[in-house]
Design a protein around this ligand. Structure first.
Ligand SMILES: NC(=O)c1ccc[n+]([C@@H]2O[C@H](COP(=O)([O-])OP(=O)(O)OC[C@H]3O[C@@H](n4cnc5c(N)ncnc54)[C@H](OP(=O)(O)O)[C@@H]3O)[C@@H](O)[C@H]2O)c1
Length: 324
């Protein structure tokens, strides 16, 4: 495993992290709890130290189960959790056929009052005295960033949070937040099928010495190379509704993945490892967090950090992604 420092902070984390959204209970279909807990433990055994969750993932369920999975090994982990998404009307148990409606109930709240309460709730669910990395989940245009960052600073001063970061911010929002208080990391969607952050965001993070955490490194599983046009996602799996998994878009992505599979085969690695190894070696990339459901997935993903892609592989990937 490689370990990398997050921006100017004192936090050093594994280059490949473990995403904990899957166990939240919504969006990802059925996930076996015992198997997922075993996956977290296999991740630790494989050198992964970075675990990414959010109060939003299953309305706290992901945080609770991460605490259960880490158990006495909590100190081996750097826990990142998030604040800022709330559910209008509070927690609601959506049936799988109501999943589409869930999006309409989301509200963004980065007010001081919400952050202070949410931090206490996350600390309790995570069974810890300190959140290693507290991330602003989405921008909230109704709250001044100065208020948000002041609240985050208070949490650091109180010893309840070690470092602060943001997710899904624009370059301008990130710079403004960083001017109030140093951000250790920016979490953003980045993968072989979505290279948009290369245009500005990754360079802006590098310039400001803010670390990055790529999510959707496998483009929600697509880049692992196991899906076909006939793959069926259950109605309680968000991919059943996700436009990226329908029609021409899905077909085009699968064609790219077929070509990438050949490169992975030539390198003697899996397609998932190719996607992860590629992501963490890009300019401005610090870590990639990958959502795993099973121990074998976690172990395989961790091993991607050791992969040295050959020049031929890198050139081949570039040709495939640029459509040559
Ligand atoms: N800040 C934000 O707004 C934000 C947004 C999204 C995600 N995130 C974070 O980023 C993490 C990662 O993103 P993600 O989980 O959404 O997407 P992802 O990592 O691109 O894909 C996860 C899916 O990939 C498949 N997978 C993982 N490892 C595999 C392996 N070795 N072999 C084959 N398949 C494998 C699994 O698919 P199957 O389900 O088919 O097994 C899994 O559900 C999340 O868990 C969450 O912590 C943050």
């Amino acid at each position: 495993m490689q370990y990398r420092k997050l921006g100017d902070s004192n936090l050093e984390v594994s280059a490949v992290g473990f995403g904990c959204w899957q166990i939240g209970g919504y969006y990802w279909g059925r996930v076996d709890e015992a198997e997922w807990i075993a996956a977290v433990q296999r991740a630790l055994d494989s050198g992964i130290t970075l675990f990414d969750t959010a109060d939003w993932y299953g309305f706290g369920r992901s945080e609770e189960l991460l605490a259960k999975a880490l158990g006495p090994r909590r100190d081996e982990a750097v826990i990142a959790t998030k604040v800022g998404l709330t559910m209008r009307g509070g927690k609601h148990d959506f049936a799988s056929d109501e999943l589409l409606e869930l999006e309409d109930h989301i509200e963004k709240d980065l007010s001081r009052a919400h952050i202070m309460q949410a931090a206490e709730d996350s600390l309790r669910r995570l069974q810890t005295d300190v959140i290693d990395l507290y991330l602003l989940h989405w921008p909230d245009v109704t709250t001044p960033l100065a208020e948000t960052m002041e609240a985050m600073g208070e949490l650091v001063q109180a010893g309840k949070v070690r470092e602060i970061g943001c997710c899904n911010f624009s370059v301008a929002e990130m710079r403004e937040a960083h001017s109030y208080r140093a951000l250790a990391v920016h979490q953003l969607p980045y993968n072989m099928l979505n290279r948009e952050p290369e245009q500005e965001l990754l360079a802006a993070c590098r310039d400001a010495n803010i670390g990055t955490m790529a999510y959707w490194t496998l483009f929600k599983g697509t880049l692992a190379g196991k899906y076909t046009e006939d793959s069926v996602f259950e109605t309680d799996d968000w991919r059943h509704h996700d436009p990226a998994f329908q029609g021409e878009t899905f077909k085009r992505n699968l064609q790219i993945v077929e070509k990438l599979k050949q490169v992975a085969g030539d390198e003697g690695i899996t397609p998932a490892q190719l996607a992860i190894a590629w992501a963490i070696r890009q300019a401005g990339a610090t870590t990639a967090i990958v959502g795993a459901k099973r121990p074998q997935q976690a172990e395989q993903n961790a091993k991607a950090a050791e992969v040295q892609l050959s020049d031929a592989a890198l050139a081949g990937i570039e040709d495939i992604l640029s459509g040559e």
